[in-house]
Design a protein around this ligand. Structure first.
Ligand SMILES: *Cc1c(COP(=O)(O)O)cnc(C)c1O
Length: 408
């Protein structure tokens, strides 16, 4: 942020609130600038920077939207806690997928995308001075939602030697004091790490002992490979008292633009989030809710071709970068690759060398200081572009050797 400007703000220029000044700086500005420059010079750039699916939303979902959009019954304000038929479809799906029975009236809340729920849930529980434990590296909204509520984010480092599993027990007493909420996210963006139910169990026990609310971001739960099925934190005993889980249609069904997701879990947390939301938004367009319902009714048929496409891309990219001497393992979940920077290069300089080679990636440091030393690539381009990206990376000055601290 331009510190100098704040001090010489003219009387006409509105001075932004402290909560905006407290947000971390926008780290992608420099990448965006170089991207524009290279594009202007006519160079091909393969953009693996953003986690936004290139594949279209499956037809049956679009058809359901069109049918519902033509029905004037869907044109008015939606109920802000969601249509009953959508909530009961979520409940049925959740039971068939996770074996957990959720009360559609009290334990499920449709959202305008999971980002919306993640950003708003701190407003329901966090007072100024309260602390929120957030994974570092992590999805930036855990941090900004906390700051908007007046809370203080405390980083839980995700480390390779710990399989990128957040462990709040390693935080100091002073860091934990005043902690009221924590965020976790597995399968993880950006590290691609996954966890098992034992991990969730430990997290719920920790949180229950200290009266901390657990928010699990399950945006990638249905985006997994090689037979791995991600668990729900709600499968763990005690979770329904202290946890809420955020599910998204965005990545699973290529629906990022549609803005729909849901929260599930503790009825008290759901009720509090719902009170915040009813004062901010007025529900999700009903045609979108009915289309999302259709997605859930046929989720395996509709999602598995998309997952198969990501798996093929993953194998091309992992195989390709290994051949040119990078360290990479095929992730079990998410459509990202999280790669160590070549020795001697930090995240920013690796990304800038990749850019010069014609490939856009995201610096790990953009997700928090513990992301330093890594870059993230999103497999959101077609196979032929992924192959070309590998060729371009092969033209980069070769990494001489890699740090060996990565767990084997
Ligand atoms: C994409 C993403 C989201 C946002 O999903 P929406 O449902 O589109 O809001 C949330 N969390 C993580 C970790 C993501 O990568």
């Amino acid at each position: 942020m331009a510190g100098g400007r704040d001090s010489v703000t003219s009387s006409r220029e509105p001075s932004v609130a402290l909560r905006l000044k407290k947000l971390p700086p926008y780290l992608f500005a420099e990448i965006d600038r170089v991207k524009r420059e290279l594009r202007r010079s006519g160079r091909e750039l393969i953009d693996l920077g953003v986690g936004d699916p290139d594949l279209p939303t499956p037809e049956p979902i679009i058809d359901a939207l069109c049918r519902a959009a033509a029905d004037s019954a869907n044109h008015r304000y939606a109920l802000d806690f969601g249509m009953p038929e959508f909530r009961s479809a979520i409940s049925d799906w959740f039971f068939s997928r996770y074996g957990v029975r959720l009360d559609p009236d009290r334990e499920i809340l449709p959202l305008l995308g999971t980002k919306e729920g993640i950003a708003h849930v701190p407003l329901a529980f966090i007072d100024p001075g309260d602390r929120v434990l957030v994974p570092d590296p992590g999805y930036p909204v855990y941090r900004s939602g906390t700051i908007f509520a007046g809370g203080e984010p405390v980083a839980m480092p995700l480390r390779a030697e710990n399989d990128f599993l957040a462990d709040p027990e390693t935080l100091g007493v002073s860091e934990l004091s005043g902690a009221k909420m924590l965020f976790i996210n597995y399968p993880n963006n950006p590290t691609t790490a996954v966890c098992d139910t034992d991990y969730f169990q430990g997290m719920i026990e920790f949180a229950a002992r200290r009266g901390i609310i657990v928010c699990h971001d399950a945006a990638y739960n249905e985006m997994t490979f090689d037979g791995y099925r991600a668990p729900s934190i709600l499968q763990v005993p005690g979770a329904m008292e202290t946890a809420i889980e955020f599910h998204s249609f965005s990545k699973t069904f290529s629906m990022t633009g549609w803005r729909v997701g849901f929260a599930a879990g503790s009825s008290e947390i759901i009720a509090a989030l719902s009170r915040i939301k009813s004062n901010i938004d007025s529900g999700i367009f009903q045609a979108v809710q009915l289309a999302a319902r259709e997605a859930l009714l046929r989720w395996e048929d509709l999602a598995s071709p998309l997952m198969e496409a990501y798996r093929r891309r993953r194998d091309i990219m992992v195989g390709g970068v290994k051949k040119i001497g990078w360290k990479a393992e095929p992730p079990k979940g998410t459509f990202y690759l999280w790669l160590r920077c070549p020795d001697g290069l930090d995240s920013a300089s690796t990304v800038s060398a990749m850019l010069k080679a014609g490939v856009v990636a995201t610096p790990g440091s953009g997700f928090g200081s513990h992301g330093e030393g890594y870059v993230r690539m999103a497999l959101t381009r077609p196979e032929e572009e992924i192959s070309r990206a590998v060729e371009k990376l092969a033209g980069m000055p070769p990494p001489e050797r890699y740090s060996e601290h990565k767990k084997v």
